[in-house]
Design a binder for this molecule. Structure first.
Ligand code: SF4
Length: 346
């Protein structure tokens, strides 16, 4: 039986150096291969043209490169691009490029399916199959960076972990991917241009704060009232708002980095004055801002975008209380690429 070859990108630079030394070559060869794998995002050993043919064959005999493949690319009327990305085991995730006049943002996935079951989210209908590896996350970013250069003539400027999956349920791999994305040997992006968006896993938020990460944090809040939040995000019963609040205060204490609350206003669910007042109170616990996001229907009768008047009321009351608020129009709706719509339908 043929042995299963290991993905070479699971090796650190030091491990690659050791591998070459153990095979009678110079440790420096490990640096060269590492540069090909990460800096140049090589898809095959054959691309490594400054490595001898024999050495490339030896790598081929011992390892594989489990690259992702963009199976299908869809372009929206507003310029948004959605990639259906095939993984080495034929599972599919989606990632999105969102262009604006001033920035190009990649929205990337962290899991195949999702471990959580937010009622308003299309991804929740897919059961979680597995976590993405650091290189699968990295590859999504590289693919979108290439598309950004090709179609918009500029490199990718921002990344949000807001695609499929709960990033903090794949904590180690997400952080390892961010390490590669921000490293000069990878894409050299500033961590301040990266946002990890979570539904709010208190223990992991504290762990991130202790790690003194430099990227930004966003929380999909959607309600600051336990009863309401639990009804739309059932895991809130396990991690109630008091625990989330404590973790966010801890986060701010350690990082001094303002938190963004992602918030959709739904008709008949969270559109009363009571809901707004609860959000205002929640925002006072730690410096924060609110993104009011337009809802993208997923064919469910329960969740309907609130009236404009309800959204305006939110905006006015938040502003009156000194809280920065942005109303986010949805992008890529016509190709099911908008927030909460990713469900491998293409
Ligand atoms: S909103 Fe995010 S955390 Fe909730 S089910 Fe969807 S992908 Fe998972």
């Amino acid at each position: 039986m043929q042995a299963i070859k290991k993905d070479i990108r699971a090796l650190t630079k030091e491990q690659l150096r050791t591998f070459f030394e153990a095979h009678g070559d110079k440790a420096f060869r490990g640096n060269q291969v590492y540069e090909w794998l990460w800096g140049k995002a090589a898809h095959s050993f054959d691309e490594m043209t400054n490595i001898s043919k024999e050495t490339r064959q030896m790598l081929e005999d011992n390892f594989v490169i489990n690259n992702i493949r963009v199976d299908q690319m869809q372009r929206s009327n507003d310029g948004t691009i959605k990639n259906a990305v095939r993984l080495h085991d034929d599972l599919i995730v989606e990632s999105v490029l969102i262009p604006t006049p001033t920035r190009t943002t990649a929205c990337v996935s962290s899991q195949v399916g999702c471990s959580l079951d937010c009622k308003f989210c299309a991804t929740a209908k897919l059961k979680r199959m597995r976590n993405l590896t650091p290189d699968e996350i990295y590859d999504q970013v590289v693919a979108i960076d290439n598309e950004s250069r090709l179609y918009f003539d500029r490199p990718l400027s921002n990344i949000v972990f807001m695609g499929m999956g709960e990033p903090l349920m794949n904590y180690n791999n997400v952080l390892a991917a961010i390490d590669k994305i921000t490293s000069p040997e990878g894409l050299g992006m500033s961590p301040r241009r990266i946002t990890v968006s979570t539904s709010g896993v208190p223990k992991m938020i504290k762990k991130m704060a202790d790690t003194e990460v430099k990227f930004k944090l966003a929380v999909s809040l959607h309600s600051a009232i336990d009863e309401v939040r639990t009804s739309i995000m059932p895991f809130n019963a396990t991690f109630p708002l008091a625990d989330l609040r404590e973790a966010l205060e801890y986060w701010y204490g350690k990082t001094k980095s303002r938190i963004t609350y992602e918030y959709v206003v739904w008709k008949g669910i969270n559109d009363t004055r009571n809901d707004v007042d609860a959000l205002v109170k929640f925002c006072k616990f730690a410096p924060s801002k609110v993104n009011l996001i337009e809802y993208n229907p997923i064919g469910d009768e329960v969740f309907k975008q609130a009236d404009n008047s309800a959204i305006e009321k939110y905006q006015q009351i938040l502003e009156r209380n000194g809280i920065t608020v942005t109303v986010r129009r949805s992008r890529g709706k016509d190709i099911d690429a908008a927030c909460g719509q990713l469900a491998n339908k293409s």
